[in-house]
Design a protein around this ligand. Sequence first.
Ligand code: MRU
Length: 367
Amino acid sequence: MRVNGTAWRTIWPLDDGRAVGIIDQTRLPHAFETLVLSSLDEVAHAISAMLVRGAPLIGATAAWGMAVAMAHDASDAGLDHAYQVLVSTRPTAINLRWALDDMKAHLAPLPAAERAQAARARAAQVCDEDVALNEAIGTHGLGIIRQIAAGKAAGERINILTHCNAGWLATVDWGTALAPIYKAHDAGLPIHVWVDETRPRNQGASLTAWELNSHGVPHTVIVDNAGGHYMQHGQVDMVIVGTDRTTAQGDVCNKIGTYLKALAAKDNGVPFYVALPGPTIDWTVNDGVAEIPIEERSGAEVTRLWGRTDEGALAWVTVTPEGSPAANPAFDVTPARLITGLITERGVCPASAQGLAGLYPENTPAA
Ligand code: MRU
């Protein structure tokens, strides 16, 4: 995507793939800053401290983390160590394990002397594939938005609600939930996006709003509790969110608060779609509520807010009384029964084992 006229991806190789460049997402929307990661530990820190985040980008960064690690130590022990360090950075997004398993499968059979070069080549491919998958999701999602537009008067606003950030910043490019929105906007459809702020880290208010603003997509930031109200008043035509892990039966794990939006959408007859690339499906898991590990993050993310003061300084402020404990589950699970459809790179399907099997026959137990 373009930022001030320049095309960017969220991650790119440097020094012939011995290091990578990233956008430091903890600085947005106040500053657009890039960083160089040139060691395994720096890459692992960037993922766990959420300088990069979003399931597909976590996977892509892990792939590059393996490449950076192989440049320093391509032995069998080095390969296992890099895998272990990276896989323990964040527990919920399955793209992390998908990317690391993929890298290991490519690298383990090779002689150590060939691994660094092969790792660079495969990490670059993982990134290119992510861009292609997301663009295809955009095309399929655009079809759904066109159908909604067809039911409205010409020029009437199409209101789409999204939660968290599943835009290009959460992937290598395009995004998942935002890819159809970019395509619809670029096609001239009168899109307007309700952007959930997405406490506690405010990925909606900080990142989604910044993305949409940079691209000129009309949008309004709302507090997390406002979506149900707008749905009751007929001001939400559809919801599109991303996902960190979708189970083989179509349950969707995504940023905390997604489940409540799905309940409100069901109660109000608002279509609720989830956009995802194939690597976000965990074929080993069926019941999302019972089986997906939910990341528990620091309570300090709940008790404090980070932002710009009226004087222009970046600062933390505390919003709770001293001594009040806080809990911070980072994700929740929306059961398949609440989901209208899954928008994948292969098309749109019902959120069910049968729906996913129809699009991914090679991954189903019968295959
Ligand atoms: O904690 P984050 O910011 O990594 O969570 C991101 C999300 O929940 C996204 O919605 C999800 O990863 C899909 S990104 C295309």
